[in-house]
Design a protein around this ligand. Structure first.
Ligand SMILES: Cc1ncc(C[n+]2csc(CCOP(=O)(O)OP(=O)(O)O)c2C)c(N)n1
Length: 367
């Protein structure tokens, strides 16, 4: 028995001190945690790096297309490639992904055609029509809502005896929402196969992580829900991959959900809708995080193994650019959306009030 049975402060301290950031590959591209090296095949290492480079280009091009007025809503992803792409790399095709608005790369790598992702950005309903057979839910805009939906999807998987998992992502800000707590609590209580990510990119728009919550880590929030939880270096693709793979294996084995905090950084603005990051962070902070860049450390690691070169990187960049060019062209060919489309795609049979409105708009559109 512990010596002190009344020690609320000590209990908190004990719990918080348990959380150490899990890392395998350091900033210099060196393995620092041999025991957990997933020993991925050369093919996997190259594929993972290729996907991260491709995604960085997709981000750069999306920003520039947005500035040209050719895309609409866009939330930049640079800096979060390890968190997004390496977590996705540990999943299987039949796993369900319930993304937030910044998590478009994961659903693109899960099979969503790029031209549809561009239409999502434009607010076109076709962008939210996920092709049959893809286990993807359209990106959530309401902060945290995807957490409760994920608990529900995972419960469905469990009831059907599925061997897949439901995976979701929110941000550091999202982990302050009621939906966040409800989602992890429900998932824990029903022991459902879910993986919950908090991508702690340090800011919720302009609110820094330090004033978001009194909790020392965001991972520890899993403790109250009684679910396994871990804080991972979100700039380290190998650590993110291993944590995800482990969570997935336990979920599929019937051991329930896991909460993973990936400590990362968003290099760009919150969205392209007008916030100015220089108002809430300094170039020094930016520079500190640039040194941790997931692409830089993974490139060093792969170059050390003779698996990566400038030519290979150029090849990936050119492929990304040509795919993007083709996809934006295809997005441009989508029919202009009409009010009647928005009404009719929501209901198999229209309620009488909408039927009335449908007729009014139909008549207008025929003019
Ligand atoms: C319920 C709700 N409240 C407020 C907003 C407005 N809003 C959009 S993004 C955002 C910040 C989210 O930050 P975080 O969860 O850290 O995710 P990040 O954008 O950094 O990925 C807020 C408050 C919203 N979309 N939904």
């Amino acid at each position: 028995m512990s010596e002190k049975i009344f020690d609320p402060k000590g209990v908190l301290k004990d719990v918080e001190n348990k959380f150490e950031m899990f890392q395998i590959l350091n900033e210099n591209g060196e393995i620092v945690n041999e025991e957990y090296d997933p020993k991925l095949s050369d093919e996997d290492l190259v594929e993972l790096m290729s996907r991260m480079v491709y995604t960085r280009i997709l981000d750069q091009r999306s920003i520039s297309l947005n500035r040209q007025g050719r895309l609409g809503f866009y939330a930049p992803t640079a800096g979060q490639e390890a968190s997004q792409i390496a977590s996705h790399y540990a999943l299987e095709k039949d796993d369900w992904i319930l993304p937030g608005y910044r998590d478009v790369p994961q659903i693109v790598w899960h099979g969503l055609p790029l031209w549809k992702a561009f239409l999502f950005s434009r607010g076109h309903f076709i962008g939210n029509q996920i092709p049959e057979g893809l286990n993807i839910v359209p990106p959530q805009i309401i902060i945290g809502a995807q957490y409760i939906q994920t608990a529900g999807v995972a419960l469905g998987i469990k009831k059907r005896g599925g061997k897949n998992v439901a995976v979701t992502y929110t941000g550091d800000g999202g982990s302050s929402q009621g939906d966040f707590y409800e989602g992890i609590n429900f998932a824990g209580a029903f022991k459902v196969p879910a993986i919950f990510f908090i991508q702690n990119n340090q800011y919720a728009i302009s609110t820094p992580r330090e004033i978001q919550t009194a909790a020392k880590t965001l991972a520890q929030k899993g403790i109250a829900a009684g679910i396994p939880c871990v804080q991972v270096d979100g700039m380290d693709p190998l650590a993110v991959y291993v944590a995800t793979k482990d969570a997935r294996e336990r979920a599929v084995a019937g051991e329930g959900p896991t909460l993973i905090e990936t400590v990362c950084y968003r290099y760009g603005p919150h969205t392209m809708s007008g916030d100015d990051p220089t108002r809430y962070r300094t170039p020094d902070i930016d520079n500190e995080w640039a040194k941790k860049d997931p692409l830089v450390r993974f490139r060093k690691y792969l170059e050390g193994k003779g698996l990566w070169s400038e030519e290979k990187e150029t090849e990936v960049i050119e492929k990304a650019k040509s795919d993007i060019k083709e996809a934006i062209k295809k997005a441009d060919e989508a029919p202009k959306q009409k009010v009647t489309d928005l009404i009719s795609i929501m209901h198999e049979e229209l309620p009488s009030n909408l039927k009335e409105q449908y007729e009014i708009y139909k008549a207008k559109e025929l003019k």
